[in-house]
Design a protein around this ligand. Structure first.
Ligand SMILES: [Zn+2]
Ligand SMILES: [Zn+2]
Length: 207
């Protein structure tokens, strides 16, 4: 039996990899529908055989992304909508807004490894981040949380970063602050007269 549900998820669910998580879970369970960020959290519509939808709901509430903090899940039955695929839809903004915002998260182990890997393109790049770590609260100017509503908006992703951002299998899928030395922010040192000093602008181990 095919069932269709709309699910409202509230709490810290933006900027914590929730949409990519839902997308991958739906794909894995071969369910159709969509997910989006709105001014209240995350909204999902899902459709498929009832057993697999049940499984989807169980994983959603029991095993959400590590950084997520769900305060409330509301589920409604829908008439069958017959979607063929599962997609991440564009965020929807409403007049009233209320969602919890994630704090900045210190670097994760995987990013730390890349940071000091000479062959990695983000070797010693101070603004390295991914879906599991990096700035959130500091860069968010408005919700729903998307790159255009963050201070990262003016940094246009290079093609390699863009590829990561669009690849559901990548750790940086939908990571809004995604950046690299080619396209992202840089640091430099100036003295009190504004004179800048030569340096690599890259972090060193132990710094
Ligand atoms: Zn990371
Ligand atoms: Zn880049």
């Amino acid at each position: 039996m095919v069932v269709s549900k709309r699910i409202y998820v509230r709490g810290i669910v933006q900027g914590v990899g929730f949409r990519p998580f839902v997308y991958n879970l739906a794909k894995e369970l071969r369910l159709s529908g969509w997910v989006l960020n709105d001014s209240f959290g995350v909204t999902i519509e899902i459709e498929g055989p009832s057993k697999r939808v049940k499984r989807f709901l169980a994983v959603l509430s029991d095993n959400p992304p590590v950084l997520a903090q769900i305060t409330d899940i509301r589920i409604e039955d829908l008439p069958e909508f017959g979607a063929k695929d599962f997609v991440i839809k564009e965020s929807r903004e409403r007049r009233e807004k209320f969602t919890l915002i994630s704090p900045d998260i210190s670097i994760c182990d995987e990013c730390l490894q890349e940071l000091f890997d000479k062959n990695d393109r983000r070797y010693r790049y101070p603004f390295i981040n991914c879906t599991n770590c990096g700035p959130r609260y500091t860069i968010i100017k408005d919700i729903p949380y998307d790159r255009p509503k963050t201070t990262m908006a003016e940094f246009r992703m290079c093609s390699r970063c863009e590829q990561e951002y669009r690849n559901p299998a990548n750790r940086r899928f939908h990571a809004q602050p995604n950046a690299c030395p080619v396209c992202g922010p840089h640091v430099w040192l100036v003295d009190s007269e504004g004179k800048s000093y030569q340096g690599t602008g890259r972090v060193s181990p132990g710094s």
